[in-house]
Design a protein around this ligand. Sequence first.
Ligand code: HEM
Length: 184
Amino acid sequence: MALEPHTFLSTLIKRAGFTDEDKALLKSQADWGLQAAPDMADHFYAYLGRDEEMSRILNDGNERTHRLRETFVEWFHEMFTGMDNWSDAYANRRWKIGLVHVRIGIGPQHVVPAMATVVHEVGKRLKNDGKSEELKDALGRICMIDLAFIEQAYIEVSSAAVLQETGWSEALFRRLIATGAKTM
Ligand code: HEM
């Protein structure tokens, strides 16, 4: 069941319809992305701070918010540069981001609305700055790819932990899930 980040990224690129034109467009706007990133970070952490549960996670007394603002800016900018043209380095980085969130116990219920906030706020900023619909669409696609990484990490880590702890085969585990879903 172990996920291979590069293969997973290729699948998602195809599935999301993230094209070479999208990549070129994002790269051409990388400076704009870097310039907009601190503003996006402000909106993002204000949003997380308004939620009691997420605010508690953020304010752990270890300067987390400060550290996170820096990593958020890097993450946002990397969506424009693609790091290594959306290849191994990009895939490994996104996989690692997913794993960090699983470790802290941040699940789909937290991450999906948080990414929706990014998409919404970046949409407003793009409009204000007179940027194209094509750029907005390309950003939307790469945001969904990044989101899928964080979500999939949650599933992969949970499944691997159950398999390791119980010694069950993957087939048995899948059958149990399917049976469980039928009874809910
Ligand atoms: C759009 C969704 C999100 C993105 C793109 C994102 C981005 C990131 C990045 C880039 C890192 C650094 C990973 C590393 O250290 O390698 C990180 C860590 C972290 N994120 Fe998120 N995040 C998202 C959602 C959330 C949510 C919903 C929470 C809820 C509170 C959260 C809380 C944290 C925390 C606590 C850390 C670890 C900070 C530390 O102690 O170093 N993130 N995130």
